[in-house]
Write a protein that binds this ligand. Structure first.
Ligand SMILES: Nc1ncnc2c1ncn2[C@@H]1O[C@H](COP(=O)(O)OP(=O)(O)OP(=O)(O)O)[C@@H](O)[C@H]1O
Ligand SMILES: [Mg+2]
Length: 235
């Protein structure tokens, strides 16, 4: 396991003012290394999505220090000028529902992420095909999203998240819409990617059928980390 790619110290985030103020995150200390697959669980409203969005640099924290891939990204304010470029090149996202663009085929859904980051289209398509092959969904390379099964679409979404060789993958309930067999396949792929490419993977989940698939499980309650436990997931 390599150096921490996600490092949060004392991170806090609130929403609203005065009476309506909600303290969504309080004093979060969290570190995720390359190669690690960490689960994030907790009751509804405990701050899981807020935490993911802070790490994704979509929400600005109020306090603390956040370092991503060895760079200080937030400390008293954003420390990076081009947050969009940081998001595109360092972070891959996977959502509950695949969020593929309905008017592009599987290959172009993956290739688009690369062309947005500056890769020429022909090379992007070639690498997209290779990624889809690697995730065992290459035979669906020219299928439109509406024609993909849930498990196939989620594999295409993983390929898209990997498109720019991110250091960090963030997933918000990626298996919630899948049956247990497909959920296990998706988790196995995320573990494979973490191990092979040294990516730090953080997965929000309510899904008990995959709790044993994580290296560590972090439990949130009322915006605080209540437990951070190593699990005995198979290697
Ligand atoms: N944009 C927002 N404006 C105001 N309050 C918000 C906003 N986003 C989240 N909150 C509040 O912050 C708290 C944490 O919300 P969050 O969405 O992070 O919870 P969660 O753990 O992801 O819940 P769920 O399991 O239901 O997805 C909740 O009290 C929520 O109402
Ligand atoms: Mg949520």
């Amino acid at each position: 396991m390599s150096a921490p790619l996600v490092e949060l110290a004392g991170i806090a985030k609130g929403f609203g003012q005065g009476e309506a103020r909600v303290q969504a995150l309080t004093d979060i200390h969290l570190s995720v290394s390359g190669g690690e697959v960490v689960g994030l669980r907790g009751p509804s409203g405990s701050g899981k999505s807020t935490l993911l969005n802070v790490i994704a640099c979509i929400l600005e924290p109020d306090a603390g220090v956040m370092r991503l891939a060895g760079e200080t990204v937030w400390e008293g304010g954003w420390r990076i000028k081009d947050l969009r470029a940081l998001r595109r090149t360092r972070i891959g996202f996977i959502f509950q529902f695949h969020n593929l663009l309905p008017f592009l085929d599987a290959t172009d859904n993956v290739a688009l992420a690369m062309t947005l980051a500056g890769t020429p289209l022909a090379e992007a398509r070639r690498r997209a095909r290779a990624l889809l092959d690697h995730l065992d969904v290459g035979r669906r390379a020219h299928a439109m999203p509406a024609k993909l099964s849930g498990g196939e679409a989620q594999r295409v979404a993983i390929a898209r998240a990997l498109a720019n060789r991110p250091a960090i993958i963030l997933a918000d309930e990626p298996t919630a819409a899948l049956d247990s067999e497909r959920a296990r396949v998706v988790m196995a792929l995320l573990r494979q990617v973490a191990r092979e490419q040294g990516v730090a993977v953080l997965v929000v989940t309510h899904d008990e059928k995959i709790f044993d698939r994580f290296d560590r499980m972090v439990s949130l309650r009322d915006g605080r980390i209540e437990a951070d436990q190593r699990t005995c997931a198979p290697a």
